[in-house]
Design a binder for this molecule. Structure first.
Ligand SMILES: Cc1cc2nc3c(=O)[nH]c(=O)nc-3n(C[C@H](O)[C@H](O)[C@H](O)COP(=O)(O)O)c2cc1C
Length: 186
């Protein structure tokens, strides 16, 4: 049974909606799942143990949240101290990551999601864990004073996103990814 680590950072609950869907799909596929909101967990996690780690954050100035940036810094420091970051980052053949973000893209659209995804992915890539998928999911601004940008930004009208359809896409994408990476065990 594949072991899944489902990590996320969520300021206003938008990314948490996606993480719940990932948890549901992985559980339905027969995986064991540990879901961790990094706001409530400051401990160092053994990232080489899970068969796949899903990691997600909202986008803030084209990067993950400050909480997520700090978490990545702590994990990287630990990995360096333990001698886990090797020249060439040799692949661990049976370990994977899936990185995702929720974002509003108010100014430059999709381009705001890309650095956040790449930044989170690099922690795993440095450890030898291949990034098997990258997903960006529209997430509307929740604070009232920012909601005007939900209709005036580069993505058009994103009110109510992530919506039911977005979450169904996440569920199916997660199930498909698990089928693809672990065909003999699910
Ligand atoms: C203070 C603030 C700043 C934001 N800055 C950006 C930004 O620079 N680029 C972007 O694409 N989305 C931005 N957003 C939108 C969030 O990334 C989006 O709503 C996301 O779904 C929030 O996820 P979370 O509630 O899980 O943290 C911002 C939202 C807030 C509240």
């Amino acid at each position: 049974m594949p072991h899944v680590l489902n990590l996320y950072s969520s300021l206003n609950g938008q990314t948490e909606k996606v993480s719940r869907e990932i948890e549901r799909a992985c559980t339905d596929k027969g995986c064991s799942v540990d879901s961790v909101n990094i706001r409530n967990n400051e401990s160092i996690l053994p990232l080489l143990e899970p068969d796949i780690t899903f990691i997600g954050s909202g986008v803030y100035t084209w990067l993950p949240s400050k909480k997520m940036l700090k978490w990545i810094e702590r994990q990287l420091d630990h990995a360096r101290t333990e001698g886990l970051i090797l020249p060439g980052s040799p692949r661990l053949s049976d370990k994977f990551a899936c990185v995702y973000c929720t974002y509003a893209g108010p100014h430059t659209g999709d381009a705001e999601a890309v650095p956040a995804l790449k930044y989170m992915g690099q922690l795993f890539d440095h450890l030898g864990i291949s990034v098997a998928a990258e997903w960006s999911i529209p997430g509307a601004f929740i604070p009232e004073k920012m909601q005007g940008m939900n209709e005036s930004g580069r993505l058009g009208n994103i009110n109510g996103r992530p919506n039911e359809n977005d979450l169904k896409t996440v569920y199916e994408g997660t199930a498909g990814l698990i089928n693809s990476l672990f065909p003999l065990t699910t």
